[in-house]
Design a protein around this ligand. Structure first.
Ligand SMILES: [Fe+2]
Length: 512
């Protein structure tokens, strides 16, 4: 390691992870969010500029995401694959009625992290990373493959227990205050699930919901829940398809779970035998198209609609629309961020992102009306010219009722800026961009909507937006008013938080 970098590392506590980091690429400006140089920091003061709403104080913004892509003998090739780090920004009352904040960070102590640090290279297969195990080793574990537990994508709860996860069934629990890893969730059942939506959801009762996939000659989807205090995956519905679509998330209404099958179709044999990265076992199938499945929460029955071929990671929202006479079955409505083709997966490879190459894939929000008695649905693009992803709405609306507006990370319409470069408010019903918040020459990630306690108006809360501009010394969290899209305050963190995907907010009243 060059002396300059070694000296730099010596200035702060060095962890096992950093000691194993190979020389990171010399990234500058906003692309520093793609470096492997984040440290485990103890509670460290955060500079606050502006006015933080008092109702946020006592709460913590939690971020997880990839942080370590580079090891001495090998690197992860895809953005999704970096080893996970947890970050916490705790807000507290400050002097003379103001606010104060501290930041801390810890690696998620997973088996994958331990094995990869020991091997000094990626130890397990990942989204875009080949399985380093030999063919015969893989065959020995054919029914129970050794998948990654690198929970770099989503944080959710089973009751008051926080878990971090990726697109595998392995949940890692952590303490939301210290960020210490507290163990692996050991299920009290015999369900076979190989692949799982990264977006486990926690309802108001603390029940964890998710959709898993048993991969085989036929692939079987399983909608399940885990109630607080239990470790049993209670399967509410099973339905089989010949070739499953790429599964990242799902949506819920008060009556149904909604699962979409992108046209990226899984080749189960390739997944079992090839040893390639997870996404390399999928192929775009335009002719087969896509499907949307709706699973009744009452009786587990499944209805399905054929839709045009698409790729979709995230639902904006979904709701039940009663029939006009109130006596027939409701229409289910799903707003989904979609794009065409398989290009988005390759566009997020580290080599391209670190070169500053724009993502270059047009995204849009499409509305699917899943009408009873029909077997297909034609989506409608809601806002022409708005290329957005990473949606967020008020918590009282998500999974419950329709929100007219939603908030997103937006792409540069001219297609020149790397990653996302703005925070966008869309009027989904009015078909227009209703507001934008943008720092100059910055990457702006998911705007997490934190609703004001007790609020019911869809824009009553704040957006918490991780950003990194060219001259920032560390990540800057924007505290943005979702109604006006004005920035109320900025939180200046003591280091660059590597670009991640999703955040969570633990309010002061929440135990655990
Ligand atoms: Fe996601």
């Amino acid at each position: 390691m060059p002396r300059r970098l070694q000296n730099q590392f010596d200035q702060t506590p060095m962890t096992l992870a950093q000691s194993a980091t190979q020389v990171p690429p010399n990234l500058t400006g906003r692309l520093r969010g793609l470096q492997s140089t984040a440290r485990e920091l103890p509670d460290t003061p955060v500079e606050i500029r502006g006015q933080v709403p008092s109702w946020l104080l006592g709460g913590s913004l939690l971020l997880n995401g990839p942080a370590l892509w580079d090891l001495p003998h090998g690197s992860y090739g895809h953005w999704f694959d970096g080893l996970a780090m947890l970050h916490r920004v705790r807000l507290a009352p400050g002097d003379v009625g103001g606010a104060s904040a501290t930041y801390r960070s810890r690696y998620l102590q997973t088996d994958d992290l331990r094995e990869s640090l020991a091997a000094r290279k990626p130890a397990r297969a990942a989204f875009g990373t080949a399985d380093p195990a030999g063919f015969f080793t893989r065959m020995r574990h054919l029914r129970h493959p050794k998948v990654t537990d690198n929970g770099a994508v989503v944080m959710a709860r089973i009751g008051s227990q926080w878990v971090a996860q990726t697109e595998t069934p392995l949940l890692t629990s952590f303490d939301p205050d210290t960020l210490a890893t507290t163990g692996r969730i050991v299920y009290d059942d015999a369900e076979v699930i190989h692949v799982m939506s990264a977006h486990g959801m926690t309802d108001a009762q603390g029940t964890y919901w998710n959709v898993g996939l048993e991969v085989g000659p036929k692939c079987t989807y399983k909608l399940f829940k885990i109630v607080q205090g239990s470790r049993r995956r209670e399967v509410l519905a099973r339905w089989s398809v010949r070739q499953a679509g790429y599964l990242h998330a799902f949506a819920m209404t008060p009556t149904h779970a909604i699962v979409w099958q992108p046209a990226m179709r899984l080749n189960a044999i390739k997944l079992a035998l090839s040893g390639k990265g997870f996404i390399d076992s999928f192929a775009w199938n335009q002719a087969q198209g896509s499907r949307v499945d709706a699973i009744s929460l009452t009786d587990g029955s499944v209805r399905s609609w054929a839709v045009p071929a698409m790729t979709g990671f995230h639902a904006v929202q979904a709701w039940d629309e009663p029939s006009p006479d109130g006596r027939s079955a409701a229409t289910l409505v799903l707003d989904l961020c979609t794009n065409d083709g398989p290009e988005i997966f390759a566009a997020l490879q580290m080599e391209r992102l670190r070169a500053g190459q724009p993502v270059g894939v047009q995204h849009r929000v499409q509305r699917y009306r899943l009408e009873p008695g029909r077997s297909d649905a034609q989506p409608r693009t809601l806002v022409e010219g708005a290329s957005v992803e990473l949606p967020s709405v008020h918590g009282a609306y998500w999974g419950k009722k329709q929100s007219r507006h939603a908030w997103f990370a937006g792409f540069d319409p001219e297609g020149k800026a790397p990653m996302f470069d703005r925070t966008v408010k869309l009027d989904l019903d009015g078909g227009r961009i209703a507001g934008t918040w943008q720092r100059e020459a910055a990457v702006q990630m998911e705007p997490l909507f934190v609703d004001r306690p007790g609020s019911t108006a869809e824009d009553d809360g704040v957006l918490l937006v991780p950003t990194l501009a060219e001259g920032d010394t560390g990540t800057v969290i924007g505290v943005v008013d979702p109604a006006s899209m004005q920035c109320l305050a900025t939180l200046h963190l003591p280091q660059v938080v590597p670009f991640g995907f999703h955040a969570a907010f633990k309010p002061a009243w929440m135990p655990g």
